[in-house]
Design a binder for this molecule. Structure first.
Ligand code: ADP
Length: 274
């Protein structure tokens, strides 16, 4: 099997015999490769805004009499690049915090209507600004629905999905949030009328730094870490992410979580005669 890697170590023992140790290191190599790729990606992501910042700073320093308008223009670009780096660092910190947490999420009930209200506060402005209709379920239909876990993390997971839906949708489109109760689960769908995603990319979307179109994603301000964060948060809460998409028509990302606390999951059926 060419995909497996073995390591051979020969040791000369005191009694004159040899010991041959054969060890499979495929997994260790894979992790090593992942770590290297990660560091390379982070460096690359920091490099381009830094190069651009240096260029503009040098221009500003080298030409103290640059006309006011040009200066403002350059400073605005520099400000954007700083924002990009701040976003990247914030996402990296979130990811490392999530990955270092083996313990399950707490079981605090989080009302769906509160989560949706938060999304509305957070995104109505951007949606209006982009001329996209943000359609939310009305709070009466959400009464009594809960997820269980950390409100802040759940907020961030849904927020990342809505943020993407807005980023990858043209003006005049719609982003609709729907809540669907299923057996033992509650799904929140974020449906957009955006650019969509070709099927071959779907399985890789939650990989760190994976982007369908790097140029476009950078333009709209993505770090490539958003969906990786969403996946981690949902898994940590005993749930998962679902994606379906039609290229050119739009995408639907769904956060699916249990509708009951973890303690009540997989309770053995009580046996015996009642
Ligand atoms: P980014 O910060 O680049 O948006 P994400 O991890 O959030 O990173 O998403 C990874 C990639 O998945 C994006 O770069 C984009 O190519 C694709 N993607 C995510 N959400 C959508 C969407 N709603 N519509 C189309 N493409 C999307």
């Amino acid at each position: 099997d060419p995909s497996r890697t073995l390591s051979f170590t020969v040791t000369h023992k005191e009694d004159g015999t040899f010991l041959l140790v054969v060890e499979e290191i495929t997994e260790r190599l894979r992790l090593h490769q992942m770590r290297e790729d990660f560091v390379a990606n982070v460096s690359h992501e920091l490099k381009s805004p830094l190069t651009s910042l240096r260029g503009f700073a040098e221009t500003l320093l080298g030409d103290p009499d640059l006309e006011r308008e040009r200066r403002q223009e350059f400073l605005a670009i520099m400000n954007d690049q700083i924002g990009r780096m701040q976003g990247l660092v914030a996402d990296l910190l979130t990811l490392s915090r999530l990955e270092g947490r083996p313990e399950p999420a707490p079981e605090t009930p989080v009302a769906l209507d509160a989560l949706i209200a938060n999304l509305s506060n957070q995104f109505s402005g951007t949606a209006a600004h982009q001329d996209i209709a943000l359609i939310l379920p009305d709070s009466a239909t959400l009464a009594g629905y809960h997820w269980y876990g950390e409100a802040d993390s759940l907020n961030q997971a849904l927020g990342n999905l809505v943020d993407n839906a807005l980023k990858y949708s043209p003006a005049g489109g719609t982003v609709e949030i729907q809540v669907e109760p299923r057996a033992g689960e509650l799904a929140v769908h974020v449906q957009d009328s955006g650019i969509g995603i070709e099927p071959q990319h779907l399985p890789r979307l939650t990989e760190r730094f994976y982007r369908v179109d790097k140029g476009r994603s950078r333009e709209v301000g993505g770090t490539g870490l958003g969906l990786s964060i969403v996946k981690h948060i949902l898994q940590h809460h005993g749930g998962h992410l679902e994606v379906s998409s039609r290229p050119g028509r739009g995408s639907r990302f769904s956060a699916v979580l249990p509708d009951h606390p973890a303690g009540e999951r997989e309770k053995p059926l009580s046996g015996g005669v009642h």
